[in-house]
Design a protein around this ligand. Sequence first.
Ligand SMILES: NC(=O)C1=CN([C@@H]2O[C@H](COP(=O)(O)OP(=O)(O)OC[C@H]3O[C@@H](n4cnc5c(N)ncnc54)[C@H](OP(=O)(O)O)[C@@H]3O)[C@@H](O)[C@H]2O)[C@@H](O)CC1
Ligand SMILES: Nc1ncnc2c1ncn2[C@@H]1O[C@H](COP(=O)(O)OP(=O)(O)O)[C@@H](O)[C@H]1O
Ligand SMILES: [K+]
Length: 516
Amino acid sequence: MPHGPYPPELLTTAQMARADRLTIESGVAGMALMEKAAAAIAAAATAFLVKTAGRRVLVLCGPGNNGGDGYVAARMLRSQRFKVRVAALVPPESLRGDAREAASTWDGRVEDATSCDFTGVDLVIDALFGTGLARDIDGPAAVLIERLNAWRAETRQKIIAVDIPSGVDGTSGAIRGVAVQADSTVTFFRLKCGHLLLPGRLRCGAISCAHIGIRSTVLQQIAPQTFVNEPDAWGAALRLPSVEGHKYARGHAVVVSGGASHTGAARLAATAALRAGAGLVTLATPQDAVAVNAPALTSVMLRVADGPAGLSALLEDRRKNVVALGPALGVGEDCCALVEAALAPSPEPRAAVLDADVLTSFALAPERLKEAIANAPGPVVLTPHGGEFARLFHGQRWERTLSGAPISKLERTRDAAREVGAVIVFKGPDTVVAAPDGRASILPHATPWLATAGSGDVLTGIVAGLLAQGMEPFAAASCAVWMHAAAAEDFGPGLIADDIINHLPAAWRRLTATQS
Ligand SMILES: NC(=O)C1=CN([C@@H]2O[C@H](COP(=O)(O)OP(=O)(O)OC[C@H]3O[C@@H](n4cnc5c(N)ncnc54)[C@H](OP(=O)(O)O)[C@@H]3O)[C@@H](O)[C@H]2O)[C@@H](O)CC1
Ligand SMILES: Nc1ncnc2c1ncn2[C@@H]1O[C@H](COP(=O)(O)OP(=O)(O)O)[C@@H](O)[C@H]1O
Ligand SMILES: [K+]
């Protein structure tokens, strides 16, 4: 199983502060952590300066421990004979704790950051605010960050952020007033959720994660529930065909087609379900669409199923263990009735994937959907994009908590999953998957070429195909999102939805390459 570029767990800023605290309580000096953090920053800066033959570094230091990292990194870089200037938001004498001690190791001049000059600087190290950012940045600090960003845009010089670009909220990825636009970010121990959620991710540049002496055993106490969506997070749940297996052992997915003039979306989903590994896939078609669907299918089977009664009859075959519906099904009561037939209690377990028009159809009756899910004979996965999510969970209007902290896409997805009792895939450039039990994953990277008609229908099919093989639903949904992105990456620019399906084997190859 390939390992992702980052450690699997994602932390909130509060969880990271706890990891620091637990480590310090266990006898590791805070200064020792800071020295290692600063060494990682200095190494990143040195690599950049050596590559570009740059010499002049400006370190911007804030009022907390993020600033402390900056002072120590400045000392380390100067000892390597780079020309280092330090400019601070507050005088070093006003610092407290480790930050004060760190500043005392810098015996050079400290300029006032609010009036510092960027002329001739080759590299800026942003050590203004890290995980202790507690409110929106305003006043002179905001003006400084705006000046810094303007300098970068004008000169194309680079900025390395210490831990997180100043102004990005580490928990939510929101921008608190203003934020530094970094070219690279060196974070410590584990990434924070805000490194991967938009807009924060776009401010980070290339992200790297340094070990600074915090042992991963602290995670046993912190028990993080959010993960980078990479195979490390769900690989163990993957089902691969077995030597003595047969197609029925790999599950039978049913995908419901729209009417005669709306059939393509369901066919995309059905074919994707097969490529994702379902042993059999049946497209359930209304009678009026048979003539359109039949000539367009080969390995996908076709059965007539008109309306809720037709679908119920088709699903009586207990081997059909997944049903997917929504793509181009049409919005309205007929769609709701089909969903209720698909989720009707059954003696055998059967999973469901609900997407697109299904989500819009229930927007005025979310309680009705919730009830159908509660009675369903198996796990349910919903795959809304931003518009569908907003329509279905319109009760969730709040963007900030009462204390002013931003509520992230991650928390909104998690709340919605709990509320509706289903796994939710909230799609977009930073797709979040959340389960009703609180587990969540965030996709670290996906090509924007995925924003193309039918791409979501393919994702629905991949989820169905993985569920058909018996994969645990949170793992199946996360894995589907990863495979979808991996296939798109393999194809590259110019992608259309059909290409994602054709490149799923490349995603499988990546998953199975290192398996013995
Ligand atoms: N030993 C450790 O723990 C280790 C920590 N490490 C490093 O420490 C960083 C976390 O340090 P931190 O907790 O001191 O927070 P930090 O981000 O420096 O900011 C807090 C300061 O900013 C202020 N402030 C906040 N918001 C503001 C605003 N909007 N506008 C203006 N001011 C604002 C806030 O003021 P206050 O809210 O108290 O008034 C306080 O003075 C972490 O990112 C990592 O780099 C590593 O070295 C590893 C070991
Ligand atoms: N800018 C983007 N970067 C990466 N992935 C994206 C971006 N925009 C959309 N996607 C992905 O593309 C797919 C689009 O799904 P959806 O909006 O349902 O499209 P459609 O309805 O046309 O099938 C989702 O998987 C989503 O996560
Ligand atoms: K910073």
